[in-house]
Design a protein around this ligand. Structure first.
Ligand code: ZN
Length: 174
């Protein structure tokens, strides 16, 4: 209900979000990230979906399902040679990677390694960071939203109001 009210308030008062995710998809995916992190290591996922005027997140594909060693060092690291499975999945489902998400032990700012190694080196790509192993804050306003500008430069949009990222239902007009 709270999220419906947020959607209604925003659709009347604010600009369309650039990216959104239905509450059920977000909550289920984040619960799984929290479980895999287990308050001891980072975890993360590619966020797959579709793209029209806004990007819609429809599915989490967890890093450790693509690369079983992705979480071993405590910091997310994906072996590029494993990505074939992801592209095959995208082809089969007709979805594309529209963002990524990972959890941090502490705050939601990017680490030097996050900045140096974008998951998708595509201008406009959004990297979402959930602080405190996704135990406390999981919604826009209290999480990291970082936009890739190219050439290892980023725009921190975490504090923008309204956030470019919206969790909840969003009307689509076409
Ligand atoms: Zn990080």
């Amino acid at each position: 209900m709270a999220s419906l009210i947020a959607t209604l308030a925003r659709s009347v008062l604010g600009p369309r979000p650039e990216i959104f995710c239905a509450s059920a998809v977000w909550n289920t995916g984040v619960t799984e990230l929290r479980r895999r992190a287990g308050e001891r290591q980072e975890s993360g996922a590619f966020l797959l979906g579709s793209r029209d005027e806004a990007r819609r997140i429809e599915e989490f594909v967890f890093y450790d399902d693509i690369d079983p060693n992705a979480l071993r060092t405590g910091i997310v690291k994906i072996d590029g040679r494993r990505l074939g499975a992801l592209w095959t999945h995208c082809r089969k489902t007709g979805r594309q990677v529209v963002a990524d998400v990972h959890v941090h032990p502490g705050g939601f700012q990017q680490s030097p390694s996050d900045q140096a190694n974008p998951i998708m080196a595509e201008v406009g790509h959004l990297a979402i960071i959930l602080p405190h192993y996704a135990v406390r804050a999981i919604y826009p306003g209290a999480i990291g939203v970082h936009e890739y500008l190219g050439s290892h430069r980023w725009h921190d949009r975490s504090h923008e109001r309204p956030s470019p990222f919206h969790v909840g239902w969003w009307p689509t007009w076409r």
